[in-house]
Design a protein around this ligand. Structure first.
Ligand code: KG4
Ligand code: ZN
Length: 368
């Protein structure tokens, strides 16, 4: 159990945007006293992806025990908490609703301030989390800071300034990188979620065995539309995999052994290649002094190594969260948000609503 300074600012974070029910207690905006995650991956595996209504039902079951465990593991009582932060979007609406409603009830009953957190921005904040016994603040990064946020729902490049203003300079025009890995794993009969199993199988294969497409990189000989310079596209890659499997398998569309490993390694290589290439191109274009790699796909070791190496060559600082804070968690949610709780204790948060997508043109802010 962590020893805490009772005067520190203790925030309870709650997360339920997808298939993880999570709660955490974070002190002073960066020291993680507890982080509890209940994954529903096994429940959704039979469907090969997340079923929103099923996710909501599981969140309902898990949320109370997960929040209690987060407080217990931190060794704090609700009275010690100075406020609650909850993910209210983007994500699956029925799933988000469970966390937000629970947080509202808790805040009302305990007269605590409540703030809604943008899940996308929280993923970036994960790079600044530290252990409970860390005694100094995390180093202030050099700005501009470029974040590559890669998860099951997002693949975006976001530029942050010193005030926390965030501008999305590129995003996927179809599938997210995690989705491309999940769909490939489903097609190959490897299970769900796809990222971890793809990484494991890829270790046995040759990443240069097959040349899968690197969409929107100008590699086809056709000039790249400047509007897509920092955008991503993974649907062509997925189709190329399907054609590759059809061409090289029998009736049952199954591939196996070394051929499967080479296929998976080459597919992962295409994803890692495009992500690294685009991130470093954007870092150069916007003179980024720091690059952050985050989101569930940032668990991927080859991707972590590749971006780290590229930043090293470019002389750019590189930050990546610990693997457990790359995937969905509530510590990043507790740490995110604007300043401290600038609303009064009795602030009206009854209109705090959930949203599925980042509203177009909405200003984004998250001081890092
Ligand atoms: O951030 P996250 O937990 O949830 C979303 O907000 O989407 O990301 C989940 C995604 C899934 O697509 C999963 O396959 C991927 O992260 N992922 C990985 C790895 N672990 C999880 N992708 C590549 N390599 C991994 N080791
Ligand atoms: Zn996420």
């Amino acid at each position: 159990m962590a020893t805490i300074d009772i005067h520190s600012d203790l925030v309870l974070g709650i997360e339920s945007s997808c298939d993880e029910t999570a709660a955490a207690v974070v002190a002073d905006g960066f020291r993680v006293l507890s982080s509890v995650v209940a994954s529903q991956a096994a429940k959704h595996a039979v469907y090969g992806g997340v079923v929103p209504e099923l996710a909501a039902r599981e969140h309902l079951k898990n949320i109370e025990p997960v929040v209690s465990a987060a407080l217990d593991n931190a060794g704090v009582a609700l009275e010690d908490i100075s406020g609650i932060r909850v993910t209210n979007g983007p994500g699956l609406m029925p799933a988000l609703q469970v966390g937000v409603n629970f947080a509202k009830g808790m805040a009302l009953a305990n007269r605590l301030p409540l703030v809604g957190v943008n899940h996308f921005l929280a993923h970036v904040k994960a790079a600044f989390l530290a252990p409970a016994d860390a005694d100094s603040a995390p180093p202030k990064p050099a700005f501009p800071l470029l974040a590559l946020v890669v998860s099951g729902g997002h693949t975006s490049l976001a530029l942050f300034d010193a005030e926390g203003k965030c501008e999305i300079i590129g995003t996927t025009i179809d599938d997210a990188a995690g989705e491309a890995l999940d769909k490939a794993a489903k097609l190959l009969g490897l299970g769900y979620p796809g990222g971890p199993v793809i990484e494991r199988v890829a270790r046995e294969g040759n990443p240069a065995a097959f040349a899968f497409p690197r969409s929107l990189t100008g590699g086809t000989g056709r000039p790249l539309d400047p509007a897509n310079r920092f955008n991503f596209s993974f649907s062509g890659l997925k189709t190329a995999l399907l054609r590759h499997v059809e061409k090289n398998s029998g009736e049952n569309r199954e591939i196996e052994g070394a051929f499967l490993a080479d296929t998976v390694a080459s597919y992962q290589e295409a994803v890692v290649d495009v992500l690294t290439m685009k991130a470093m191109d954007a870092a150069a274009e916007f003179a980024a002094k720091t690059v952050v790699l985050c989101g569930g796909v940032a668990c991927n070791a080859p991707l972590r190594e590749r971006v780290a190496r590229a930043c090293d060559s470019a002389g750019t600082a590189f930050l990546v969260p610990e693997k457990r804070y790359c995937a969905d968690n509530a510590a990043m949610v507790a740490a995110a948000g604007t300043a401290a709780f600038d609303c009064a204790e009795d602030a009206d948060f009854s209109d705090l609503d959930v949203y599925a997508r980042i509203p177009h043109g909405e200003p984004l802010r998250c001081p890092l």
